[in-house]
Design a protein around this ligand. Structure first.
Ligand code: GDP
Ligand code: IMO
Ligand code: MG
Length: 429
């Protein structure tokens, strides 16, 4: 396989980590390029289950290199927790996990600010993961952030941290009308103590990737969140604070876009969303509940129930456009096993007019009425199927219709269960 970017095509939790883990065997280096510990990436392989928030999902393969690149906002606490857990499970990370020196740090005051901002917004809140993502990216853009490399020079780190903490205190007290009860000395002592554990991982990851890629090493870029949580292309303001689309992989890693051969969109065969914001095909009925139960649709980061609804082809058409998707990985098809009828949203009606294109304005999206096509369910267990032809013909029809409605993007993978083995490769790269 050549170099490939994996992106979520909906509102996150499409099963990106499962596909990344599966494709890792054909890759050499797996790179997280944006987002932070807001991600919850579940891998189930050989009887082991891991939920990664910081560490790339390729880490389960003991001979692969994993990179946390510059576009990520790095949560040191979460990172250390995950590497400790990996060690406990017998997975060595020595000399095969690296962190970019230019990634920005998520610090305790970012989490406090995230929560204070949400509290102030009340019912209008975004429903963030509370992991400090928005404030960390805002500081980066305001040129006020602290980068991973700043940990190397302890005096510089201390100076920046103290100045920022003071600013945040004022902001949180005056604007957010809340209190910032963080103990400066305790935090600094803590960071001083964990710093020595972090330093060996820090390097110029862009240069490393460039060199390795020129040697012919195969790169797998791991996106977090999903297209409709993208800061530009998503359902703004109900989005995350990074660019989640494929184009971000290059700048988020420090190598050029000519390194990317395939853009694989992970497409859940129905739709889910965690947090607030419009969701045209949402099902607030027993079918929505059934999808939630059968799909185990509870957030891997916050445990919140995921809102569920029918497959929305209007969204996926936009995902094809903004990411340049040239392969689909269709996931969680098995979750539809028990349905007699399955619906696909072909387009919307807004103010009585047919709309094929995903509206950019949230006020329009809120008025969108989904128009459905009905398909027969296959009503049997597909989770043991090994090849595409093992799937029932009604499942073939469903997949074909999804493709027809979404520019006939070729299907690379059909996922029929959470385990690595429950993966059907249709047209290997
Ligand atoms: P990600 O954030 O896109 O990596 O996805 P999450 O890990 O947050 O959520 C996907 C959930 O669905 C996890 O619990 C996976 O173990 C599970 N999963 C992934 N693929 C499949 C599948 O094909 N079928 C079923 N039933 N579960 C799946
Ligand atoms: P993965 O990588 C699903 C959502 C939050 C909220 C909005 C903003 O596992 O697919 P943030 O904390 O980023 O400021 O929250 O984005 N969100 C996700 N939803 N999967 C994710 O990641 C998400 N990361 C953030 O629920 O609506
Ligand atoms: Mg997730």
């Amino acid at each position: 396989m050549s170099n490939a970017v994996i992106v979520g095509s909906q509102w996150g939790d499409e099963g990106k980590a499962k596909v990344i883990d599966y494709l890792t065997k054909r890759s050499d280096i797996i790179i997280r390029f944006q987002g932070g510990a807001n991600a919850g990436h579940t891998v189930i392989a050989e009887g082991q289950k891991f939920v990664f928030h910081m560490v790339p999902s390729g880490i389960m393969y003991k001979d692969k290199i994993c990179i946390i690149a510059n576009g990520v906002v790095f949560d040191a606490e979460q990172f250390l927790k995950e590497i400790d857990e990996l060690k406990t499970q017998g997975i060595s990370i020595d000399n095969r996990l690296f962190i970019s020196e230019t990634a920005h740090l998520v610090l305790p005051y970012h989490k406090a600010q995230d929560n204070a901002a949400e509290n102030l917004m009340g019912t209008g809140k975004i429903g963030t993961t509370g992991r400090g993502i928005g404030p960390a990216y805002a500081d980066k853009a305001a040129r006020n952030g602290i980068r991973v490399a700043d940990l190397v020079d302890w005096d510089l780190f201390t100076k920046k941290f103290e100045a920022n903490l003071e600013q945040k205190k004022r902001l949180i007290e005056s604007v957010y009308q809340s209190e910032l009860s963080l103990d400066k000395d305790a935090i600094l002592n803590h960071y001083k103590s964990i710093r020595n554990r972090l330093l060996p991982f820090i390097t110029d990851t862009g240069y490393y990737l460039f060199k390795e890629s020129r040697k012919g090493k195969k790169l797998l870029f791991e996106g977090a969140q999903g297209t409709f949580l993208d800061i530009d292309h998503g359902t703004y303001p109900f989005v995350t604070s990074s660019s989640t689309v494929s184009g971000c992989a290059a700048s988020g890693c420090g190598i050029g876009p000519s390194s990317i051969d395939y853009v694989i969109g992970i497409v859940k065969t129905y739709t889910t969303r965690v947090g607030n914001g419009p969701f045209p095909t949402e099902l607030n009925d027993s079918i929505g509940k059934q999808l939630q139960d059968e799909g185990g649709e509870f957030g891997a980061t916050t445990g919140r129930p995921r809102r569920c609804g029918w497959f929305d082809s209007v969204m996926i058409r936009k995902a094809v456009q903004v990411n340049g998707l040239n392969r689909f990985a269709l996931t969680k098809l098995d979750v539809l096993n028990k349905l007699d009828e399955i619906k696909i949203c072909t387009h919307y009606e807004i103010d009585g007019k047919k709309v094929d294109q995903f509206p950019s304005r949230i006020s329009m999206l809120e008025k969108a009425v989904p128009v459905y096509e009905s398909m027969e369910g296959w009503n049997c267990d597909i989770s043991e199927c090994k090849i595409f032809n093992d799937l029932p013909s009604k499942a073939h029809v469903y997949i074909k219709r999804i493709q027809e409605l979404c520019y006939n993007v070729p299907v690379l993978i059909v996922s029929i269960g959470p385990d690595r083995n429950q993966t059907i490769e249709v047209n290997p790269l």
